[in-house]
Design a protein around this ligand. Structure first.
Ligand SMILES: Cc1ncc(COP(=O)(O)O)c(C=O)c1O
Length: 422
């Protein structure tokens, strides 16, 4: 990509950006704040703020218990059906419930039980560590008959696709990976790995947390079995928003929710003493949904559907390319390393830049220069681009502020053992 490094060029790119008007649909109090953490916590859509007031005052305050029959009971499926459109799934294949971690637990245990006699679970060392903790918990629960094999990435950036495929065999029960990995932003070839796992008779569970809303995902096209993901990153659902889970239609009746609760019961208000799973995906609900935060996921999803995932990806690719090009000219000479794939087709919507002074640079950005990226040990400054509202000017400003921090050694005012930030 041939670029100019001046701010006017960033403004030209913003002026030509067909998605630029979406920025005005979010609450932006401080125009000088450069927010590059939408891959961790998305901004607040204005429509969500309005809905929050209405939900609390009219639905909870006014409708009281009647709200359950009017819209609350069906909200997990209603919002799930909209999310399905972002990830190439059928409306009845996605439901909103619990957190990403809890959904991973439910699906992993169900998948392992559906592959009895197979002992191997495959993942990689780029996966979100908590996902690995959950798998360890599932192994404990199931009596230590399975082993988790963590395949290392050769460079800490690219997923170990070939070594993973080579380990697949008749003992493999489950392969579970982050589709877009949280540190480097590497994106796996979902269709190819799923096909290889299926050839070995294994199930595959994808964590879509860093893909949904920025990277096109075609679960049905890839014949994917299972997926989970969170709603507070690119979906802009709000802190602690409930997560979603996907189960391919033909698998739904074969799998059993290990957290069998009344929301997944066939006739929940008959209060039978014996659990009978509801038909379809509702069986993967457990307890009462967090109605308010669940409903607040919907406006963010609507915004993404309105913008269109292909247009979002096109902008995200152009913006990450722009950032990489600025890095090459302005930051690389100052000791910043690109810790994300160079090939745009292999990366999601965030870029990690490593620097020996990464932590202290991050502290200056956050505390002194009004830039909010996040930091991932040991030295990664992670710059998340949310194509719905990130501007080219945001990217340019962040890069020039980082340049200044190193050129003027502004980081020296912080101790190297400062508390770790977000
Ligand atoms: C890739 C990935 N998976 C799982 C999780 C865990 O999500 P939660 O804490 O909402 O269960 C996160 C949280 O950031 C994540 O980034």
């Amino acid at each position: 990509m041939i670029i100019r490094t001046d701010a006017a060029y960033a403004d030209e790119l913003d002026a030509r950006d067909p998605l630029a008007p979406f920025r005005a649909r979010f609450q932006i109090d401080d125009p000088d704040l450069i927010y590059l953490d939408g891959n961790s916590l998305g901004r607040l859509p204005l429509a969500t703020a309005m809905l929050a007031e209405q939900l609390v005052r009219e639905q909870w305050g006014g409708r009281l218990i009647r709200g359950w029959n009017e819209s609350w009971f069906t909200a997990p499926e209603r919002v799930g059906a909209k999310i399905a459109r972002l990830i190439g799934a059928q409306p009845d294949e996605v439901i909103v419930a619990d957190s990403t971690s809890v959904n991973l637990f439910k699906l992993a245990v169900a998948a392992l039980r559906a592959r009895p006699g197979r002992s191997q679970i495959l993942s990689d060392d780029l996966n979100f560590p908590s996902d690995l903790y959950i798998l360890q918990g599932a192994i404990d629960l199931l009596g230590h008959q399975r082993q988790l094999e963590i395949i290392p990435s050769a460079d800490g950036i690219h997923g170990p696709t070939a070594p993973l495929a080579a380990r697949l065999g008749e003992q493999t029960a489950l392969v579970t990976l982050s589709h877009t990995v949280f540190k480097s932003g590497y994106v796996y070839d979902m269709a190819a790995l799923t096909a290889a796992a299926h050839d070995a008779g294994a199930l595959v569970l994808w964590d879509l947390s860093h893909s949904i809303g920025s990277v096109p995902v075609d679960l049905n096209g890839a014949d994917a079995d299972l997926a989970i993901g969170c709603c507070y990153k690119y979906l802009n659902g709000g802190p602690g928003a409930p997560a979603f889970l996907y189960i391919r239609r033909d698998l739904q009746e074969q799998l059993h929710n290990p957290l069998s609760g009344w929301m997944g019961q066939k006739n929940l208000f008959q209060f039978n003493l014996e659990y009978q799973p509801a038909p379809g995906l509702r069986r993967f609900l457990t307890g009462t949904p967090p109605v308010l935060s669940l409903a607040l996921v919907e406006p963010g999803v609507d915004l993404l559907l309105e913008a269109g995932i292909e247009a979002l990806r096109a902008k995200s690719l152009q913006q990450t390319e722009y950032l990489v090009a600025l890095w090459e000219v302005l930051l690389k000479p100052l000791g910043f390393a690109l810790n994300s794939p160079r090939d745009p087709a292999q990366r999601g919507s965030h870029i990690s830049l490593g620097h020996a002074e990464g932590l202290r640079i991050d502290l200056v950005l956050i505390n002194d220069l009004n830039v909010l990226p996040d930091f991932r040990a040991p030295d990664n400054i992670r710059l998340g681009i949310a194509p719905l509202y990130s501007s080219y000017r945001d990217i340019h400003t962040a890069v020039t502020r980082m340049q200044r921090i190193v050129a003027e050694r502004l980081y020296e005012k912080y101790a190297n053992d400062a508390p770790v930030v977000t």
